[in-house]
Design a protein around this ligand. Sequence first.
Ligand code: NDP
Length: 458
Amino acid sequence: MARYDYDLFVIGAGSGGVRAARFAAAAGARVAICEESRVGGTCVIRGCIPKKLLVYAAHYRDDFEDARAYGWDSHLPTFSWPQLIANKDREIDRLNGIYIGLLKNSGVELLHGRGVLADAHTVQVDGKSYTAETILIATGSWPVVPPIPGGDGCMTSNEALELPDLPRRMLIVGGGYIAVEFAGVFANLGVEVSMAVRGEELLNGFDDDIRIELARAMRDQGVTIHTRTQLESIARSDAGITARTQMGQDIDVDTVLYATGRKALTKNMGLAEAGVELHEDGTVAVDELSRSSVSNIYAIGDCTDRMNLTPVALHEAMCFVQTVFRDNPTKPVYADVPTAVFSTPAIGTVGLTEAQARKTFGRVDVYKSRFRPLKHTLTGRQEFTLMKLLVEPKSDRVVGLHMIGADAAEIVQGFAVAIRCGATKAQFDATIGIHPSSAEEFVTMRTKEPEPVQEAAD
Ligand code: NDP
């Protein structure tokens, strides 16, 4: 008789947990997974997918306007936010059903309820105990609103995806992925959007040229960006909401959306009691094979805060299955992970930023192209695309590729394969472009940017 009820018990049925459960079952393991909310997790239920549907909705505004330049007698049709949200919810229900079906068809037992560790081999769900040889923590993360007077009633991305009506004025706090994506969506849907960003620029960690270009484009769309700005308090009255900055400026809006980061969901689930070491911020401490301080307990995805992206959680899940159920210890690889921000315009990026490349290699050759896409020669829209290549001169390898402009995510995904394969600038140059396209710029950049002027020594 088996020593444990299951070979694997997964806590959390988001992208990473579901992937690990299914592929472990395919390797012959007896697997259970528990979920306290809806199967699908952040990405499917309240993140990437619903957000991208809203991004599509918002882009129609420009498309209707641009169509006139192409001979369409187009008038801006009326827009119904409740209709969009209802359609989005229907699609999320469908995907939720697909995820449940995937688990069922893989032979994984799905338990509804919160999983709490009773010991290193026992998980309790709704008062019932289940034992397992291996336990995988894949509980994800949740948005956090920093403590601030009046901050309690503010929205996060969770509520923004469920708003019953569009507000007239919105303040978005933060300048990261979620802040800029939602700013683009709501501004395009006609909301007066302002942003409070504590740094100098949006999107800390991205290439500086891309960050500057995004801020320029967003300001052109009418988004007000308050940089070096932190809120001190939020007060509500019949007239709306007044957000007071630490500099004493009042920003009057109808709603405030906090997008200031997310926190690992690891509280009150018996982890520390079972001996699982947590970092100060609540994330699970794991080694290179995603193993926690308890040898049979592993963790993947946002709750480990290594690189909080759905495809990375899927990758970590696959490596975990290889390691534990295929007898093939496999470390997740975090180099050259492409990523996109579905801002307006979108950003796609892979490899190092210019600052990182200079720090790593000393010298770096920079190629840049900024242009108005062909489409907008007729529309007159002042929307620019910026593309940038970073080349390590000794090896000629392309070590960074960045783009802001239409279809950036679609374009950069393909180039990410080349970068992953170690493509050189000479190989980029030898590749024939697809004409006319924006993407061809990446293989036709011939002129290096001048070296930055060195600061004179004192
Ligand atoms: P991010 O970490 O990307 O950005 C948080 C923002 O809030 C930063 O601008 C940060 O400033 C600011 N901030 C943090 N704390 C405070 C504070 N106390 N007061 C004021 N501002 C503050 O988090 P997000 O919530 O935007 O997204 C979470 C993660 O989800 C991302 O890191 C990403 O991994 C993932 N994600 C990916 C997406 C995609 O792939 N397209 C889409 C959405 C999310 P500073 O920069 O100065 O620290």
